[in-house]
Design a protein around this ligand. Structure first.
Ligand SMILES: NC(=O)CC(=O)C(=O)O
Length: 286
């Protein structure tokens, strides 16, 4: 059983301004609202305490767990008795800056930390150029965390969703969901956001939770929004528009089990055939 019992989740589609205190106050109000509406696990977007801009990351970066935002989320998880998948924040460590997720249990304990592995370096001429690696360093591990009483979830951040491997690892470790705080934009959002959610859920027959910021056309980065949940059959069961909102869903263990029993790809993989690519990153010569 990958999910031990039904789980009500909430995705907070909130934006972030240059005012960190105001960003955290908004998160506090929305997590409190989601908990009052019965959510047991709450997800925040990528960079919820800082503008999503390479020029902002050095200024907003904090150490983990000593920094203000870690302490804030720990207390909020305790106050609201929720699991909080804390989107991401710019993290300062070892003289580098990472784009890092921090997650908490209802006792306020830090139960997971994921550093964005695949940095968002793209250049679509005339549309969008964004090079995270100008200031960020990549993480170097896949992250699977224990949601006590429910099961395991994998965590990736935004661009990580384009690389199926992190979700495959989580799926094979028994995760019931893959959670992606993200911030797609007006170029890539309409093209790929929901497609990638459906793909990762269908590949691994688990739920995919994608939480993005609300759109603010006065900011330097125009987020797609559209926070969504894809179910283990690869169907979108709920999706927001671009405005500030909370998206709720109930995750059902039976749907995971039925999907895996009736279309049994989780037991039909032919690992011997994939060894080559897994070990070297290359295919054999034809
Ligand atoms: N912001 C990201 O990391 C990714 C993104 O916007 C995209 O892949 O498109």
């Amino acid at each position: 059983m990958s999910l031990a019992q039904k789980l009500k989740i909430a995705l907070l589609q909130v934006g972030a301004t240059a005012d960190k205190a105001a960003n955290l106050a908004l998160v506090k109000a929305k997590v409190t609202e989601a908990a009052a509406n019965g959510a047991k696990l709450v997800v925040l977007p990528e960079c919820f305490n800082s503008p999503y801009a390479v020029t902002a990351f050095p200024k907003y970066a904090e150490s983990i767990p000593e920094g203000e935002t870690t302490q804030f989320l720990s207390q909020l998880a305790q106050d609201t008795k929720t699991f909080i998948i804390g989107g991401s924040i710019p993290e300062n460590a070892d003289g580098k800056i990472y784009n890092t997720n921090i997650s908490f249990n209802p006792r306020g304990e830090l139960i997971g930390k994921h550093r964005k592995v695949h940095l968002f370096d793209i250049n679509v001429p005339g549309k969008i150029r964004f090079i995270e690696s100008e200031v960020l360093s990549p993480g170097n591990k896949a992250t699977v965390i224990d949601i006590e009483g429910y099961g395991k979830v994998g965590v990736g951040i935004c661009y990580d969703i384009r690389f199926p491997e992190l979700a495959s690892i989580a799926g094979r470790k028994g995760a019931f969901a893959m959670i992606y705080p993200g911030a797609f934009n007006l170029t890539t959002g309409p093209l790929h956001w929901s497609l990638l959610g459906r793909a990762r859920s269908n590949d691994n027959q688990l739920y995919v939770l994608m939480c993005g910021p609300a759109r603010d056309m006065t900011s330097g980065y125009h987020a797609w929004g559209h926070s969504l949940v894809a179910d283990p059959l690869g169907q979108i069961i709920t999706e927001a528009d671009e405005k500030e909102t909370i998206v709720y869903a109930e995750l059902d263990p039976e749907l995971i089990e039925n999907t895996r029993a009736t279309i049994p790809i989780t037991t039909q993989r032919m690992f011997g055939v994939y060894d080559d690519v897994a070990a070297t990153g290359k295919c054999s010569a034809l």
